[in-house]
Structures are given as C-alpha cells and as structure tokens.
Design a protein around this ligand. Structure first.
Ligand code: ADP
Ligand code: MG
Length: 390
C-alpha cells in the first residue's frame, strides 16, 4: 500500500521532470526504468519466508514440529521455560515400589485400584493397570469419574472405590496415612473406608538433566516446574535436575494461575514457553506464549493446543529447537539488512542516473539469489545437531 505507489511515483517523477527541463527523454525514461527494476523487492519477499520454511524444515528433521513461522520467532525469544513434571521431565511410567494395604489384601487393593483406573489415560492409571498385569473385567466397573489432578472414583462390584492423592481422599472426609518413603502415593478407599496406599515411583527421563543445562546454555533465564504431584517428589526431581523454581500440589486451574503470575512478572520482550504432555495441562499450553507438547505420550488435546510438538518426547529437543529458531531469525535479519542496504544504495545511484541497467539487475536478481542461498542455510542442522549430542 505504501511501497509500490511511492516507488512508482518516484519513477514517474524521475522520467518526467528532468526530461522537461533538459529535453533528454530517452535518458531519463531509461533511468526511471532502471530505478523500477532496482526497487523490485524480490530478495526480501522471497528470502524471508524461505528462511522460515528452512528453519521449520530443519526443526522437523530433528523431530520438532513447529506450527508456523510466528512460533519459531516466539521460540527464539523464550527466556522463561515452564515445564510439567509427569510425562515431560519424567517418563510417566510408574512402577509400584511399596504397598501398604489397610483392611484388605495387597492383591485386592491393587485389583480395585486398577479396575477403578480402567478408563483413565493418566500415566498413573496406565501404570496401575500394567502393575496389575491381568486382563481387566471392565463389566465389574461402573460410574467412573476422573477428577483432574486428584484421582478417580468408580463403582467396582457395587462398592465405591476412590483412588487418588491425599487431597482427594481428604475431600471425601478420610484421613490418609503419610508414607515415609518419597514417591507418589495413590491412596485407596473402599465404601468410605480408608484402605491404604500404593507408593509408586517414576524415573526422570535420561535427557532431562542435560535438557535443563542446554536451556541455560541457550540463554534461558528461568526454568520452572509445575506439578500436581506432592511436594517431596517435586523437590527431589527439581533438585536432581537443577531447576530454578518448582511449585507442587497444583490442580490444572492452579497451573493456569501460576502461568498468569509468571506472565505478569516477565519483561515485555521476553516470552514464556510451557512444555507439557497435555494430561491436566492443556489449558496452560494454550495460555503460554509458546506451548510445547510431547507428541508421543501426549494427549490429542495437547497436540491440538500446542504451537510446537516434540515427536519423540525428548526434552533436550527444546534447547535444540530454540537454537534452530535463533539461527533462523539471524539468517532472516541478515537477509533483510543485506537486501535493503544494497537496494537502498542502488536506488540512490539509480535515481541520480548513475546506475546502469546491469547494476539494477544485480540489485534485483543478484541480491535475490544471494539472499535465497543464505536462506537455505536455515535448512542444515549438522553443527546444531552435533552440539546436541550429550
Ligand atoms: P503433573 O502435573 O505432575 O503432570 P497431574 O496434574 O497430572 O500431575 O496429577 C497430579 C496428581 O493428581 C498426581 O500426582 C496424582 O497424585 C493425582 N492423580 C491425577 N490423576 C490420577 C489418577 N487417574 N489416579 C490417581 N491419581 C491421580
Ligand atoms: Mg502431566
């Protein structure tokens, strides 16, 4: 709306005014045409999107799907990275480390918990079903209700079974025991009577510690973990990984509140990235400046809500994606500065009648070819991938 009319107007003036004064129509019309050729913005309009496509292509070769160039740009300014614990920093594959059954046998406790969890897609539910190991007769289970960040309740053989964290059982008026070992406790109650707990443990993903270090190296100012799990577990994981900050015992709504607080406290130019598996954290994924989801373990809602998807659930890919984003932006700026500087110099020469048509063609096609060649660098990952091997 501005550039084209302005350039055409200048060309017209260049063709007409000096010609009227000097009478040299041929010379000044030719100068005006040279000016028009120079002013064609090919280099800019082709190389900038091309650099972004290169960056997106490079990221996808590494198993990182970026849903648009704007997210690549947002990712390059991510200064605060907030992560979910279960399924993001940890495997989300729990195994039972200790069982404390009260009033029922351990086998019965595990069976009731597994049946109550028969429809849950939470990593805890899946792990309890695996720990049970046998085929589940789902006809014995009715009326399943899952309370996000809390647990499940269901009618098993006509008995009301609750399986969830301490807060969930306290809400039902029960007094769960406090396990001495660290681990995530799944407390069980049958028909309003407390039936003990199963202590389950998750392992930190092999790359998580390196991922946090990689983020720091990539210039991330603050790493935060938000989890619905209990304080001792959160503290242990946070210390093991060297996170700056953690908040435990959060319900999905509390996670949104925490994100709001962090968003309000950040500098205007900084971006906040949230990384999660979408189980109980899809709302935060969409609220963050950049939402990053685990593609393999994550829920469909997470993949839908996220801007960036890590196909192999490897948290180390976050820092890699940030490096790709930064390099892409660097290439984009190089192209903008290079193309504009040459264009501007040639435009001035052209308007003064000092540039030949050959200069004009270099300023147009030549600069475009150079900028496109520079843009293709965004595709290559060799040096970046090497740095990522830990
Ligand atoms: P995180 O934020 O670490 O991913 P969630 O918000 O998914 O954790 O879950 C928080 C807590 O809620 C879990 O640690 C667990 O105690 C409890 N919980 C959630 N869903 C279930 C379930 N299906 N069965 C048992 N406990 C559950
Ligand atoms: Mg989770």
């Amino acid at each position: 709306r501005v550039y084209t009319p302005a350039v055409v107007a200048i060309a017209l003036l260049t063709a007409i005014i000096p010609s009227l004064v000097t009478g040299e129509w041929h010379k000044w019309v030719y100068t005006a045409m040279t000016f028009l050729v120079i002013s064609c913005p090919c280099a800019l309009v082709i190389s900038v999107p091309l650099s972004f496509f290169g960056g997106i292509g490079c990221a996808s070769k590494q198993g990182v799907l970026v849903k648009g160039s704007n997210y690549l740009e947002a990712l390059s300014h991510a200064e605060i990275v907030v992560m979910d614990k279960t399924g993001t920093l940890t495997e989300g594959k729990f195994h039972v480390t200790q069982q404390n059954a009260v009033g029922i046998s351990e086998a019965e406790q595990l069976e009731l918990a597994a049946l109550a969890e028969s429809a849950s897609n939470h990593p805890i539910g899946q792990s309890l079903r695996e720990a049970y190991g046998k085929e589940l007769d789902t006809s014995r289970v009715q009326d399943i209700q899952e309370s996000a960040g809390h647990g499940v309740s269901a009618l098993v053989d006509g008995k009301k079974v609750l399986a969830g964290n301490a807060a969930y059982l306290q809400e039902a008026g029960l007094e769960p025991l406090v396990p001495r070992q660290t681990g995530t406790a799944v407390h069980v109650a049958v028909d309003g009577v407390y039936a003990g707990y199963l202590l389950i443990a998750d392992v930190v993903k092999p790359h998580s510690a390196a991922a946090i270090k990689g983020l720091k190296q990539a210039g991330v100012r603050k790493t935060v973990m938000l989890t619905g799990d209990a304080e001792p577990v959160a503290k242990a994981v946070s210390a093991e990984l060297g996170l700056d900050e953690y908040h435990a015992g959060l319900l999905p709504g509390d996670k949104v509140d925490q994100i709001e607080t962090l968003l309000a406290a950040k500098q205007p130019k900084e971006n906040l990235a949230f990384v999660g598996d979408g189980i109980n954290d899809a709302p935060v994924l969409s609220r963050a400046d950049v939402g990053i989801a685990m593609g393999a373990l994550g829920s469909d809602a997470a993949i839908e809500a996220a801007d960036v998807v890590l196909m192999d659930d490897d948290p180390a890919k976050i820092a890699l994606a940030m490096r790709i984003a930064r390099r892409t932006l660097r290439i984009v700026y190089q192209n903008i500065v290079f193309a504009l500087a040459i264009k501007f110099a040639c435009l001035v020469l052209g308007a003064l009648g000092l540039a030949s048509m050959w200069t004009a063609i270099f300023a147009d096609v030549g600069v475009m070819v150079l900028a496109v060649l520079n843009a293709t660098r965004a595709l290559y990952t060799k040096d970046l991938a090497k740095k990522n091997v830990q």
